[in-house]
Design a protein around this ligand. Structure first.
Ligand code: OGA
Ligand code: NI
Length: 188
């Protein structure tokens, strides 16, 4: 019951964020939700055991989230999340009563690169285990992801070609995980 309530609430929050992101781009409030259709929702409960030599490994190597929007609940006791900013890894320390929101690759494409799908990773601790709960909102398989027309009319035009989420997803898992950003493969 608690987990199912959590999932419902997180979904609502995700929808509200998608509405606000649409509006911030000068699009109709429902624009993103309409494009993504009946969104899939996945939850990952990540457990990072302690490691005596944390510098030799990662809990989760650097990546961007391939979906639309991620809502992450962090362990308040143990830090571990880092984001890449200006070529440096910065710690994102847990804050009480706060979620970390990650823009995923699909919102980067839809926004024609205005919103960035951030590179992030998780490191492990010497003595304490860490947990995090990630909720991923994903477009439905046949959603056609395409830079929003009003955003391609001035300047550089559409940065990315049109693709379906299913196509993106199979490319994402079909490539080597240490390769460049998957979105690069969809550039015009
Ligand atoms: C993920 C993720 C980070 C964390 O599951 O995609 O980035 O802090 N998790 O566990
Ligand atoms: Ni992630």
């Amino acid at each position: 019951q608690i987990v199912s309530d959590y999932c419902v609430q997180v979904r609502e929050l995700g929808y509200r964020l998608q509405e606000l992101i649409s509006e911030s781009l000068g699009l109709e409030k429902d624009y993103i939700k309409k494009v993504l259709g009946e969104q899939g929702q996945h939850m990952a409960v990540n457990y990072y055991p302690p490691c005596p030599q944390p510098e030799l490994t990662y809990g989760l190597p650097g990546h961007t989230d391939p979906n639309a929007l991620t809502i992450l609940l962090q362990d308040l006791q143990v830090a571990g999340l880092q984001v890449l900013k200006d070529g440096k890894w910065l710690a994102v320390n847990p804050q009480p009563n706060a979620f970390v929101i990650n823009i995923g690759d699909q919102l980067q494409a839809l926004s024609n690169g205005t919103y960035k799908s951030v590179w992030h990773r998780a490191i492990v601790n010497t003595d304490k285990p860490r947990m995090s709960v990630a909720s991923f909102l994903c477009p439905y398989d046949h959603a056609l992801i395409s830079p929003a027309k009003p955003l391609t009319q001035h300047g550089c035009g559409a940065v990315y070609r049109d693709f379906t989420y299913a196509e993106y997803y199979s490319k994402f898992w079909g490539r080597n995980l240490d390769q460049e950003h998957c979105l690069e493969l969809f550039k015009n």
